[in-house]
Ligand binder design. Structure first.
Ligand SMILES: NC(=O)CCC(=O)C(=O)O
Length: 270
């Protein structure tokens, strides 16, 4: 199986329309690979908090339309990264909540799945207060592998990945807008999630500087043994990696640590 991670450059001097056109062209260039991945919030920048509301769009809005066409033109599975989604308004409300929502398309351009980021970054500001939290984990069956999806800050929460593995995930796809100042955590956590879950990790970051926050880049693909199959540099780059999905079952058979899990250890605080 071949996957291309598009480590997209997001700078403030480019319009959202231009970013959409450029991203779609990059996706089309990947015809022939099986899976293409874009990063988190590439239409706005993950740290451009003031743009989340102004650039928010419905789930099936302009980015969905452009990416569906790009996926079908290229004939690829496309994890199109995430958008600031404006959800439906509750009865009596003027506006619906915002979500950080990932979109996954089939090679015929159907929206196969969407995932609303569960762990919002920023503690008591930024995304954590501006966006609503997703409540559902998401897996998507591709012909060669079952993909579990998560977004950026989610990478710090191993229990989410365990629940994806319990739902059958073999390949964990993580779009991100991870900052340069915590790059060592990015690489360490991507490898940790691969080793502990005996799964492939495809983690796609951004290049450039969003709202004054320099991005780490360094998109990475890790195999179920924790070995790095490919790693990008800091600037815009397409990282294409070939991997064998059958290695997940082989690793889990030969070193069956997942079978030794002791479940039910969570206890209420005393
Ligand atoms: N966009 C994000 O989720 C940023 C996460 C981050 O900077 C971190 O976990 O560190």
């Amino acid at each position: 199986m071949r996957a291309s991670l598009i480590q997209f450059r997001v700078e403030e001097d480019e319009s959202v329309d231009s970013r959409r056109r450029r991203a779609a062209a990059l996706v089309r260039d990947q015809a022939g690979v099986d899976l293409v991945v874009l990063p988190e919030l590439w239409t706005t920048g993950a740290f451009a908090y003031e743009r989340f509301a102004t650039e928010a769009e419905p789930l099936q809005g302009p980015t969905c339309e452009v990416m569906a066409k790009a996926a079908s033109d290229a004939g690829v599975w496309l994890h199109a990264g995430s958008i600031p989604e404006r959800g439906a308004a509750a009865d009596g409300a003027d506006e619906g909540p915002l979500y950080n929502t990932s979109l996954v398309f089939s090679p015929s351009g159907e929206l196969a799945a969407f995932y609303r980021k569960i762990h919002r970054f920023g503690f008591d500001k930024g995304e954590a207060v501006l966006m609503g939290a997703g409540t559902e984990t998401v897996t998507v069956r591709l012909p060669e592998t079952t993909v579990g999806v998560a977004t950026c800050y989610d990478l710090r929460f191993p229990e989410l990945f365990r629940s994806l593995v319990d739902a059958g995930a073999e390949t964990l796809v993580i779009p991100a807008g991870w900052p340069e100042r915590r790059r060592s955590h990015w690489t360490l956590l991507a490898r940790a999630r691969a080793v502990e879950n005996q799964a492939y990790v495809l983690a796609c970051g951004t290049a450039g500087t969003h709202a004054g926050v320099p991005q780490a880049g360094h998109s990475i693909v890790v195999d179920p043994w924790g070995e790095i199959l490919g790693e990008a540099g800091a600037d815009e780059e397409i990282l294409t990696v070939e991997f064998d999905p059958a290695e997940v079952a082989t690793t889990r058979d030969r070193f069956p640590a997942l079978k030794d899990r002791v479940l039910g250890l969570e206890r209420p605080h005393r």
